[in-house]
Design a protein around this ligand. Structure first.
Ligand code: GLA
Length: 700
């Protein structure tokens, strides 16, 4: 029996036709999409694809070999046999937001289950599972999580590229005929091939993401009628996924949504699992890395903690260098016991000191890794991912532990648990500083996918045993940022580059995917440690302030003036944090002539950040227009500007009056005509607070 199914996630619709035989046909997908009335008697040619029997090509998860000539989204075999898949007998069950489609291939003896979630936040999420119902093992070569369709015609792909320290660089390209393929083979989400993008074609513009921290494939395939199928899924090594009789393999989850706001809402309302059930205000953090590196001196760190508390900092995170004999990055990963040379009395005095100053104590681990120079590796050389007869390739002097082994995972759990039980720890910075190579398990088979799942399991176990502990996902900066890892973690370290000028673009990119309160942004020293660029404290603060704010420098090195200035920026952040981190009317504009603008608008206050990267090419900056409610009937004014004297190249008397709050304006004017802001000097910025004027209504 055929059936039409329509799913809706807010404005995003998906209509599917379930045929007697073959994959569900995607009848409509996109904004307000609804099913056409005439399916399945579609008046289309009976010779689609040149076949005498019509084989539709816009289907979920097409399989090859039976008249579909595009890129197959599922393939597998039994020792070369059963290489064709053709499912029949679709059944549908719906429970709450979740719809499950099931069918089976009686010839290959494979069952399929496609689970689609339609979230009120506006995301449609899909995952797919195959079950081996036969008597012999079945090897899955490819199993995409989901397929979506876009209209025919020119298509524009907005995606990201990057590298260490340069994450989330926005790029755009037109797609021509043929296949666009992104394969990521680094064993982590990666800095360079991020699994999130927007695709625009015809009237539709849709964002897609694969929530997965391992190898992935994204394929955008142009169909014979010009439409495009978008497939997202994990990428397998040869022979990696082999199902014993009765076994099931399920893909990660792929998501689609109409805009960044839908992705943000999903993160806030469905994805994150906060200690206590809800997000607390994001604590301003001091991270010890750039201020100390491996040079840990307890008295000095305590003095830094005192200075941090004075600055208004709320969380103190002890980064790399506290364990084993970790004097540089050549040793000790895996030896998760406190270095008694550096901390003769252990870490408790420092942790207690931090807590006594009213701050939370956090600590760094890199659980998945081991240095060959470590006690752990000396005791268990067989615990690393390796392939017999192949060289062990090092990266940052380290190897990757095989977390698919229960003994390794148990050992890591106990090592972390010992530290988390002995100390008042409420935060773990969970790092992962190398890509996976020769990812073979004990039996010599590839375990890349299983390793990623094993990491999730270890994180989940830690969360369960220590439910009050938040986890930060870090991987040489932003190398592991995705919805898979965010189910177990609470913040990401956006980039190891803390240079505010570089961060303008990195944060703009990341914020198109994640809400600002999840993205770590730190004020670090000048000159910057990565780029050696010198930047003013106000520019560094303006760029970091709207995110999960942190400080990453030794506060004892600040002058009195710098300390006072930093303290006042932190106060401003805390005052505005409820607005900056709240769901609702947040905005992020496209940069114009090097000027970046972002902020948030609430009923009683609008906060706008304006930052000038490189020197402008134009003679004048364009007036600052903001996406505010033009129907608002009140008059508004500039209530505050930070820093009090921004670095303007020149400023007119009228502009002075506007910025000092003397002149008032309507939101309609702010939206359409804009505020004539003076030109900022390159590498400088400001924060504007706008407020309605008491009794200042517009009449008539
Ligand atoms: C990685 C992280 C940094 C820091 C170092 C410590 O590079 O991204 O933030 O924790 O490791 O070794």
């Amino acid at each position: 029996m055929t059936q039409v199914l329509t799913l809706r996630a807010a404005a995003l619709g998906l209509a599917l036709g379930l045929p007697e035989r073959g994959m569900p046909e995607i009848l409509a997908f996109g904004r307000d999409a609804a099913a056409p009335e005439f399916w399945p008697e579609a008046p289309r040619s009976s010779r689609i694809n040149g076949m005498d029997e019509a084989v539709p090509s816009a289907v979920l998860l097409p399989t090859g070999g039976l008249g579909f000539f595009g890129w197959p989204a599922i393939s597998g075999h039994r020792e070369g046999r059963d290489f064709l898949l053709d499912f029949t007998g679709w059944s549908v069950t719906t429970e709450g937001e979740e719809t499950v489609l099931e069918a089976r291939d009686p010839v290959a003896e494979i069952g399929i289950r496609i689970t689609i979630s339609a979230s009120p936040t506006g995301l449609l999420s899909m995952r797919t599972a195959l079950t081996n119902q036969g008597a012999a093992p079945y090897t899955i070569d490819r199993l995409m999580a989901a397929s979506f369709v876009l209209p025919a015609g020119e298509a524009r792909l907005d995606y990201f590229t990057g590298m260490w320290g340069r994450e989330f660089q926005s790029r755009s390209t037109l797609l021509s005929d043929g296949l666009w393929l992104q394969e990521s083979r680094r064993g982590r989400t990666s800095h360079d091939r991020f699994p999130f993008f927007f695709l625009a074609a015809g009237e539709e513009r849709i964002g897609f993401h694969l929530g997965w921290s391992g190898n992935h494939v994204i394929a955008i395939d142009r169909l014979d009628d010009g439409r495009r199928l978008v497939h997202l899924g994990a990428l397998f090594e040869p022979g990696e996924i082999r199902l014993a009789p009765g076994e099931t393999h399920e893909s990660p989850v792929a998501h689609a949504g109409l805009d960044s706001a839908a992705f943000h809402a999903f993160v806030r309302e469905e994805l994150m699992d906060w200690p206590g059930g809800a997000m607390r205000p994001r604590p301003v953090t001091l991270n010890t890395w750039e201020g100390n590196y491996f040079d840990h001196r307890p008295e000095d760190l305590m003095a830094q903690a005192d200075a941090a508390a004075d600055l208004g900092i709320e969380r103190f995170v002890l980064d790399d260098g506290w364990f084993g004999r970790r004097d540089d990055d050549t040793s000790s990963l895996g030896d998760w016991f406190i270095d008694r040379r550096k901390y003769p009395d252990g870490l408790k005095p420092l942790a207690d000191h931090v807590v006594a100053r009213g701050m939370e104590f956090g600590i760094w681990f890199e659980p998945e890794m081991v240095n060959p120079r470590s006690e752990l590796h000396a005791a268990h050389p067989d615990w690393v991912l390796q392939v017999k007869g192949r060289p062990l390739l090092l990266s940052r002097n380290q190897l990757v532990l095989d977390l698919t082994r229960q003994d390794v995972s148990d050992h890591l759990f106990s090592s972390l648990a010992a530290v988390l039980s002995d100390l008042p720890v409420s935060y773990v910075k969970w790092d992962m500083n190398r890509d996976l190579t020769h990812a073979g398990g004990a039996d010599g088979r590839a375990v890349t996918t299983a390793q990623t799942r094993a990491v999730y399991r270890l994180m989940a176990r830690i969360r369960q045993a220590f439910p009050h502990v938040e986890i930060e996902s870090c991987a040489s900066g932003g190398g592991r940022i995705d919805f898979g890892v965010l189910r177990h973690t609470h913040r990401v370290w956006t980039s190891d580059c803390t240079d505010a000028l570089e961060r303008l673009e990195i944060q703009r990119g990341a914020r198109r995917f994640l809400p600002p309160e999840i993205l770590g942004a730190h004020i670090s020293a000048s000159p910057n440690h990565q780029t050696h660029r010198r930047l003013t404290l106000s520019f560094r603060a303006v760029v970091a302030l709207a995110y999960h704010l942190g400080v990453e420098l030794n506060p004892l090195t600040l002058s009195g003036d710098e300390r006072a200035e930093l303290k006042s920026w932190i106060e401003t952040h805390k005052r505005l944090r409820p607005l900056l981190h709240a769901p609702g009317r947040q905005f992020l504009l496209e940069p114009v002539d090097g000027r970046h603008v972002w902020g948030a608008a609430a009923d009683e206050r609008i906060v706008a950040f304006v930052a000038q990267g490189p020197q402008m090419v134009g003679e004048q900056p364009p007036p600052l227009t903001l996406p505010v409610d033009a129907g608002d009937k009140r008059r508004w004014r500039v209530a505050a500007i930070h820093p009090a004297k921004p670095d303007f190249i020149r400023i007119s008397e009228g502009q002075e009056r506007l910025l000092s709050g003397e002149l008032t304006f309507s939101l309609a004017a702010l939206r359409q005509a804009g505020l004539p802001l003076p030109m900022l000097r390159p590498e400088s910025g400001l924060l504007l607070e706008l407020e309605p004027v008491e009794g200042g209504h517009i009449h008539g």
